[in-house]
Design a binder for this molecule. Sequence first.
Ligand SMILES: Cc1cc2nc3c(=O)[nH]c(=O)nc-3n(C[C@H](O)[C@H](O)[C@H](O)COP(=O)(O)OP(=O)(O)OC[C@H]3O[C@@H](n4cnc5c(N)ncnc54)[C@H](O)[C@@H]3O)c2cc1C
Length: 390
Amino acid sequence: MAEWSNWSGRQTDSPVAIVAPTSESDIVEAVAAAAITEMPVRAVGASHSHSRIAATNGMLLTLDGWQGIEAVDTEAQTARIRSGTRIFQLGEPLLEHGLAIRNQGDIDRQSVAGATSTGTHGTGPSLQNLSASVEGARIVLASGDVVDCSPAATPELFEIVRHSLGAVGLITELTLALRPAYRLHETLWKEDPASVFSRIDELVAATRHFEFFWMPQTDACACKSLAETDDAIDELADRKLERIGWSHDVISSTRDDLHTEMEYSVPAHVGPACFNEVREMILRDFPDLQWPLEYRTVASDDMWISAAAGRETVTISAHQDITLDDRPLFEACEEIFRRYDGRPHWGKQHYQTGQELAALYPRYGDWWRVRDEHDPDRIFVTDYLSSLRP
Ligand SMILES: Cc1cc2nc3c(=O)[nH]c(=O)nc-3n(C[C@H](O)[C@H](O)[C@H](O)COP(=O)(O)OP(=O)(O)OC[C@H]3O[C@@H](n4cnc5c(N)ncnc54)[C@H](O)[C@@H]3O)c2cc1C
């Protein structure tokens, strides 16, 4: 037995074996070995999910030996990327081709397959999550077949793979849609919540990315906006609260303080009301909370199980210290999120059952049907995933 834990250490498991492939044929071999013995098998990227989505007591494949960019198509503005590649490994090589990924989350430590498998997103009302950038994928199925998925050739399988929850096979490559490289001007400031919400639409519309962290101890919002710019660094007025750089240097931050997290996506138009209800609940019921709430926006998409499917979205994240029981805070937040038609982030904590999730996504049953067709013996389904089955 080996031991595995996620980034925070909150989720642990004891895989039967940990395998570290360095080629696609190693991955095919590992899946074949698991299939013959009907052993559950799972890949992890950076193990940064807060939920048990990456946990397994079967065979675990770590993909740090399977990284790198296979090919860049500058004309189509796409790149074919090995699945274990971390997002921070993409910035400089893509810049050499004059390209960049369209958006990133708060950090850049995730693997591309891990991030797309859970619908990882950044902020920006015109920017979809990372799964929506997937244009093609290569996957090893339980049958041992290696399939090139695309919307034209394998529409239903492609739909599952681009937002996979690790549940349909081992992704070996992803083709991501990119955009021309771009620079961003970051501005940081503090503002009280009443003031932020008196002009929230204006703030969200003013730049490409706007977000804030609300700090319960001070009842203040630490705001951040990122605007596309061609300016040089010398043109900054205040270098403590502003910076300019390439998108991959500016968007993501370092998050070293271990925590657990719950995040819900709500329809954008109820975002402010939902946020304020959670804020009031925290001030009343959790006066000692030392961790912030984060407020971001995500553009609508058409994926079957994306938290932003079919609606412009606001995401609200609650955090708790890793030394404390997160359940009281998260249950209290979830009770509010549910009333605002919230959908949980697939890589973060939540307490929804499969039947409840099915009510949130019209195509949820289809997602599971297609998954089951490609893995009838359920070697890619763990106990946690079974709890999400409708
Ligand atoms: C500090 C921190 C900051 C974060 N910031 C954000 C943020 O800004 N925005 C956001 O949306 N989320 C954020 N998250 C959540 C995180 O982006 C997601 O949980 C993401 O899935 C983590 O990527 P990973 O590579 O660690 O994947 P893992 O946690 O290792 O795996 C996630 C899922 O992907 C599957 N998987 C991984 N590789 C493969 C593969 N090759 N084939 C098939 N399945 C695979 C796994 O089996 C699992 O189901 C953050 C998490 C942390 C800890």
